[in-house]
Design a binder for this molecule. Sequence first.
Ligand SMILES: Cc1cc2nc3c(=O)[nH]c(=O)nc-3n(C[C@H](O)[C@H](O)[C@H](O)COP(=O)(O)O)c2cc1C
Length: 165
Amino acid sequence: MNEIFIRRSIRKYDNQPVEKEKIDQLIRAAMQAPSAGNQQPWEMIIVQNKEMLKKLSLMSPYSKMIEKASVAFVFLGNENVMKYPENWEQDLSAATQNLLLQAVELDLGAVWLGVAPLENRMQYIKDLFQLPDHVKAFSVVPVGYSDQNKFTDRYDPTKVHYEVY
Ligand SMILES: Cc1cc2nc3c(=O)[nH]c(=O)nc-3n(C[C@H](O)[C@H](O)[C@H](O)COP(=O)(O)O)c2cc1C
């Protein structure tokens, strides 16, 4: 699958807005992810408001690019629907990665910004969006048009073990 091989973290975006159809497709891709017991614990906040993007960009020293994104997806986990709460981070990871790969196919640039399990970042998002206690922030993915992309080959045969370690 070509998108897997050409995906990179994109942190610089053009001013061009991302179309609603593409935003919808990104949301759909995220929600197609596998999850423990099919619990689908994800929810997301779609942020396009410039003022909110700016505030979100202050989440950490490594999230400044959010300010210039056309849209940011804030991934959340809803504890009320978790049958297997110990797996929520894996579930949300799969959803986040699905969105990143769909972005490549739509000619968009995106980057996964880690939130959970870092308490200070989770709290920052909880406060910013006034999340209820049972909703946990997991990741933020800013998205925009970009001409940046640098392929890198990470295939490393020394990490592969056939039959025995
Ligand atoms: C859990 C996780 C957290 C990350 N957090 C950040 C972040 O806070 N800021 C950032 O610029 N990139 C972040 N990244 C992106 C990584 O830096 C990036 O994936 C890595 O350097 C490999 O580069 P590539 O995505 O271009 O292949 C994160 C990635 C993951 C998977």
